[in-house]
Design a protein. Structure first.
Length: 394
């Protein structure tokens, strides 16, 4: 009976969720700037009669749905921030904020968690315990989840378990990847600033060419995965920005490179940190330059609790049918600050397929043309709500 009620309610709220998502998509906000998003979230929660707290960790919002029956506390989390990317989707609801875009689907995450709140707020009499709704800022940049945990989101009332989801263009709309164990990578970031000596383009012998040093370092960095790591190890090292020079007639004396390392083992990330600096040290010494180096370990892997994962798999299959759930797939090399929650309480982080090739050509996350199938919004709201009811009644 609960299943039928949740599916019916999810269909009824689908138009409203579409409106919310389109509005959020038009108003993307970067980390710790989510004022419009946070206020919209808070007003919707309050309209549902949900206890609401604004300004948690600057721009975060927390809501509490207290069930009529005794039980534990389940945390449901959505991240709210967008990316500094100029949108190229051509959607009627495209971003109105220059240089900002919801290219990672966090607008969908917020929307489906609001949908779950709409459903659960109508089912309080059947709800055991408490559902804590966490709308988190700044997942993309400085680790908003860490700050939210420091602000006490796992206390008062104390959280027993947690659930979160992320859109994925790697899977069809309506398919959910729910697997135990490690589900995201260690996301590390590095910056190299190279200093040489500028000179006129006609006098290269007078320069310490920063572009030349940068290119040599770039070439060396590519060998970390191809030659210095075992083929059995899952690791990525990518240089993502390379800036040098301002004039076509001058050899630059400065070069700045930024990139990321993704891995699943602590020893690999330590090896990468040392190797990058060794490359910079060797090349700049050879050519007579110098370097400044910064390496940041942003967060760690997200680990899905095996027992809780099995329950979420079973609940989701019960709601949508066995064909809707994948239990094994290639590891996701992206990072996710949900790790700050999953390391504290048993947690499940699942992936929501959002690809629909009949409607649009799928592109990766963080792409200016990224799109998602809006049909996932009410369905994922139902998945969250049904799991909340089933996990807490157990």
């Amino acid at each position: 009976m609960k299943k039928e009620t949740i599916l019916r309610l999810s269909r009824e709220i689908a138009p409203r969720l579409g409106e919310i998502w389109q509005d959020l998509h038009q108003h993307p906000e970067l980390g710790f700037e989510e004022l419009y998003t946070g206020e919209k979230v808070a007003k919707i929660l309050e309209s549902l009669g949900i206890e609401t707290q604004r300004g948690v960790c600057k721009t975060g919002v927390v809501g509490l749905i207290r069930g009529a029956l005794p039980g534990k506390v389940l945390l449901l989390r959505a991240d709210m921030d967008a990316l500094p990317i100029s949108e190229e989707t051509g959607l009627a609801c495209a971003s109105r904020e220059a240089g900002k875009m919801h290219a990672c689907g966090h607008d969908a995450h917020v929307t489906w968690l609001l949908g779950a709140a709409m459903i659960l707020s109508q089912m309080r009499e059947e709800l055991h315990g408490t559902v804590k709704l966490v709308f988190q800022p700044s997942e993309e940049t400085t680790g908003g989840a860490d700050g939210m945990v420091a602000c006490g989101i796992l206390r008062d009332p104390n959280v027993d378990m947690a659930l979160a989801a992320h859109v994925s263009p790697n899977y069809d709309s309506g398919v959910y990847l729910i697997q135990p164990g490690t589900v995201t990578a260690n996301p590390d970031f590095f910056t190299l600033e190279l200093a040489g000596k500028g000179a006129h383009g006609s006098e290269p012998q007078s320069a310490v060419d920063a572009i030349n040093m940068g290119v040599k370092i770039y070439e060396l960095l590519q060998t970390f995965v191809s030659r210095l790591s075992s083929p059995c190890q899952e690791v990525v090292l990518s240089v993502c920005t390379f800036h040098s020079g301002t004039s076509r007639g001058a050899i630059p004396g400065e070069c700045r490179m930024e990139g990321t390392v993704r891995s699943f083992r602590q020893d690999i990330r330590q090896q990468a940190r040392v190797f990058i600096e060794d490359c910079a040290k060797a090349v700049t010494k050879l050519y007579g330059g110098s370097y400044a180096y910064h390496y940041r370990m942003a967060c760690s892997c997200v680990e899905n609790d095996p027992a809780l994962t099995a329950r979420v798999q079973a609940n989701t299959e019960d709601l949508l049918g066995p064909g809707a759930v994948l239990t094994r797939a290639e590891k996701f090399m992206g990072g996710e600050d949900f790790c700050f929650i999953s390391r504290e309480v048993p947690s499940v982080y699942l992936f929501t397929g959002c690809r629909n090739e009949e409607k649009f050509h799928a592109v990766p996350l963080h792409n200016p043309a990224f799109r998602l199938d809006e049909a996932v919004l009410p369905v994922t709201a139902a998945v969250f709500a049904y799991n909340a009811l089933r996990l807490l009644e157990a």
